[in-house]
Design a protein around this ligand. Structure first.
Ligand code: FE2
Length: 200
């Protein structure tokens, strides 16, 4: 853990005991994944510190400052999306009468229709994330592909459910079988957490 810089809060890596319990995926895959997440936290903090230094040195017109600024969203989302992913795992059911189930059903016709749309998204080729986001001002959902960590995040939406589709998230346990990984993920979703993010 990095020491906090004076007057400048840094991020701390969070603990996810459910991932290490072996109840979701293997201990081996999950422990590697958590270490990778900790790397994003460390890199986010390193960027914050270096950007602050460059501002202090009046080097905001430097190529280094510009490139680190451009990189910030990638590292930050790499950290935050992993936090959302780990915490939306843990196998808790979505109650039949939940507001989230009702709202998804209202938009997609059936809950299963929304699920099919999300599962199709999970089979896209490439590295990134499948996410259910909620556009609160419009009162509607989108299933979106996030390329790597930062491409295609709809501004102002709330991430409700997210599935890591980088190869490190499944190769160890499922090899190239993304369908089996997506099914295992689905069986392990912590719907109580997803409902909490929806907040209604
Ligand atoms: Fe990951």
């Amino acid at each position: 853990m990095l020491a906090p810089a004076q007057g400048y809060a840094l991020y701390n890596a969070r603990e996810y005991p459910v991932m290490l319990s072996g109840a979701v995926f293997s201990f081996g895959m999950s422990s590697v994944h958590l270490k990778l997440y900790q790397g994003y936290v460390k890199s986010t903090n390193a960027l914050l510190q270096r950007l602050k230094e460059l501002e202090g040195e009046n080097k905001t017109a430097s190529p280094e400052y510009a490139e680190l600024k451009r990189r910030f969203g990638w590292e930050f989302n790499g950290m935050r999306l992993h936090e959302l992913y780990f915490s939306n795992l843990g196998a808790a059911p979505l109650p039949a009468g939940s507001s989230l189930r009702a709202a998804l059903t209202a938009q997609y016709g059936t809950f299963e229709a929304w699920e099919a749309s999300f599962q199709a998204l999970a089979q896209l080729r490439g590295i990134g994330w499948a996410a259910l986001v909620y556009d609160a001002p419009a009162g509607r959902f989108h299933n979106v592909w996030i390329n790597e960590h930062d491409g295609g995040v709809p501004a102002g939406t709330t991430v409700l459910l997210v599935l890591d589709l980088f190869e490190h998230a499944y190769m160890y346990d499922f090899q190239t079988d993304k369908l089996r990984y997506a099914r295992a993920f689905w069986a392990a979703v912590n719907w109580a957490e997803v409902q909490k993010r929806f907040g209604k």
